[in-house]
Design a protein around this ligand. Sequence first.
Ligand code: AMP
Length: 408
Amino acid sequence: MKILVLNAGSSSQKSCLYEISEPRPPDRPPTPLWEATVDWTHHQGIAEIEVKTAKGETLNLEIPTQDRAEAIARMLDTLWEGKTKAIDNPSEVDVVGHRVVHGGQDYRHSVRITADVKAAIDRLTQLAPVHNRANLEGIEAIDRIFGPNLPQIAVFDTAFHSSLPDAAAIYPGPYRWVERGIRRYGFHGISHQYCARRAAQLLNRDLQDLRLIVCHLGNGCSLSAVSGGESIDTTMGFTPLDGLMMGTRSGAVDPGILIHLMRQEGYSVDRLDRELNQESGLKGISGVAADLRQIATAIETGNAQAQLALDIFIHRLRSSIGAMLASLGGLDALVFTAGIGENSALVRALACQNFDFIGLKLEPEKNQDRPVDRDIAAPDSKVRILVIHTQEDWAIAQQCWRTNHQVQ
Ligand code: AMP
């Protein structure tokens, strides 16, 4: 079965083609036959397309367009044409899986995309304007290129958190908020779920018996508390702005600050949106960059604001780990994933430092040794500490297979 995955971000579009030839998906991700990315971030109005194949062919293209559908069409041409060709024609694709950021309250599992599902994703653009719109454009582009009979599956980033108990999901505002769907949805669910399953494999334990905290620390950051394979608490909320400090997002701040800025300083909604989403977090405090690598370099040259940014990031990470710990009532493994979680030994060490009291003990050499899908806890640690390379695209392909075979 050939599964094409589309993973749309705000300014990029990733895609890959997997082949699952076994009776069920293998536990470890196979190398995609073909992978491509469209990126709009570097030059205004130019889509940069990068392609590589399992056979080692690569291709770089620059196309003057802002139009997502056109860029997707050009990207997909490289799947069946030219030196990066991985299939002879589009009809070889059996199913297309899309990461859809917001599934609201209705979508607890992946679903085959129908006119109703499209309408629901469209309605939910109110809650995730940039992402859901990009997802919908991707779905429509596939409809045009492959025709309406090719099955398309929506895999929702919110679905894994649909198991949150009401006490964790509902904000203590007026009850009418609840009636209007204003609640904690949580995000990065595809990654959290993948890491929870992978943690059980690495520990050789049944997921049903495990209490896990998954720290997804990338440009966006969120934690989840996973008990018996279900998400029971998470730090992102109604939008991906809640919770931890992030690359450019503030994370949770006193909502009274927003009232103050609007009332005393005449802030518009757009300005608040821009400052909270794009000018805050590591970038906002350090004044250097959103990227932790650049902040670490600035710290080495004595930059005090860069040090402050890291200190706040760690403070908030530790206090949110503490909150997840309290929701779980115990812990079998702390999992680090995504750009920062997988690559920053410093962040992992600092995050773990204050949890000696629960018997959580890092092995410094293992932590420094560029671990991938490894346990980095000391042998006598009471809690395992795992670094897992998140594989969202593979998780989407697995979900497509399961949805197509009607197993969840
Ligand atoms: P992601 O959103 O998962 O792609 O993560 C991107 C972020 O990971 C970057 O903005 C960096 O802050 C961080 N990152 C990536 N590589 C490293 C590294 N080697 N050391 C520290 N942080 C890193």
